[in-house]
Design a protein around this ligand. Structure first.
Ligand code: HMG
Ligand code: MG
Length: 302
């Protein structure tokens, strides 16, 4: 398998990046972030989630954020919907894509969405059916495909099991997530291979958190397998509230630097992306989690 010549990145910063922030982030800031991301050339943005505001208060402004975005032609906006209640609320915001999210680990499924893997599939099935009937594309996120904060290492067979269940209910694309960033390349490769038993290479993406600094290596091995779609988070924001100690996704800026350095097209303007990352990092009064953005910003100020 040769390395792809073009890669599609989904910036999940506004959702995965901000969902765990303790300080309130006003809807206007989230909207501005989405605008900056699309101005930088991102064509896929995961904007928010329609989950319980008691569980994830930071995403309680989901409808307001979706309504405030000035949509750009050619850009797709996705939202997380864990059940029919979330889907029905999301529908009014006209997302291009919805995301159901399950886990390869039983314990994580319970902590994150308060049900077993089997129950989660039962909940997702009518969501998938309703979304597809409404012409909305359905993606599935598969958490803990290499490691779980509660169960430790996760066997590829469990990833294959979950991918098969997702396929069975009509989920069109799945993201192989390393939720707590413990994966190393060969483990990620095995999780990808387990997924590819059920999904075509064109319907699979990587979603790597960077807790242990392995996300770029995991991205590279996935590219070598022919995977050409990845989630990343501007400035490396984020982490899941139900995965203690897990830090953000790999920074979009770092992935873009890697890809452009390898001659792989993304359609993204790295300078503008760095500005978007600076905007949100300044708001949060935090240093960017992106090494490439930090280096290039230092260079700019010299
Ligand atoms: P539950 O408590 O089991 O649901 O929560 P329930 O059906 O029993 O309902 C209980 C209450 O929640 C009711 O309200 C419902 O109305 C409300 P009450 O009567 O008590 O006032 N409710 C909702 N409210 C708004 N939107 C909804 C909704 N559903 C029920 N959709 C539920 C189940 C899934 C909703 C809950 O566990 C939840 O919201 N969990 C949050 C999960 C989450 O957002 N996790 C982070 C995102 S996943 C992630 O980050 C991983 C990913 O990045 C990939 C990776 O890295 O691994 C995608
Ligand atoms: Mg995540």
């Amino acid at each position: 398998m040769s390395i792809p010549t073009r890669v599609k990145l989904v910036d999940v910063g506004p959702r995965d990046g901000l969902q765990n922030e303790k300080q309130p982030v006003p809807a206007a800031v989230k909207i501005e972030l989405v605008h900056r991301l699309q101005d930088a050339g991102l064509t896929e943005i995961e904007v928010t989630s329609f989950v319980s505001p008691k569980w994830v208060p930071q995403m309680a402004d989901n409808t307001e954020v979706m309504a405030g975005i000035q949509r750009q032609a050619g850009v797709r906006y996705s939202v997380l919907t864990p059940n029919l209640q979330g889907f029905e609320a999301a529908l009014k915001s006209k997302p291009d894509e919805i995301v159901v999210f399950g886990a390869a680990s039983e314990a994580f499924s319970q902590k994150n969405i308060n049900c077993s893997i089997a129950e989660s599939i039962e909940r997702f099935a009518p969501v998938v059916q309703a979304a597809r009937a409404a012409g909305i594309y359905v993606r599935g996120a598969m958490s803990c495909t290499v490691g779980c904060p509660y169960e430790g290492e996760i066997a590829p067979a469990r990833v294959s099991y979950l991918a098969g269940l997702m396929k069975g209910i009509g989920v069109q694309h799945v993201g192989v997530a390393d939720t707590i960033g413990v994966g190393t390349p060969l483990k990620v490769q095995r999780a990808m291979e387990a997924t590819l038993k059920h999904y075509d290479i064109n319907d699979v993406s990587g979603h790597f958190h960077d807790t242990y600094g392995q996300a770029l290596a995991n991205t590279l091995i996935s590219l070598q397998m022919g995977v050409w779609q990845f989630d990343a988070s501007v400035a490396g924001l984020g982490g899941c509230p139900y995965a203690k100690g897990a830090t953000g996704n790999v920074a979009t800026e770092d992935v873009v630097y890697l890809l452009h350095g390898m001659g792989i097209e993304t359609g993204i303007d790295l300078d503008k992306l760095i500005d978007a990352g600076k905007f949100i990092s300044d708001f949060l009064q935090r240093k960017s989690g992106s090494r490439a953005a930090t280096a290039l910003l230092n260079k700019r100020s010299n």
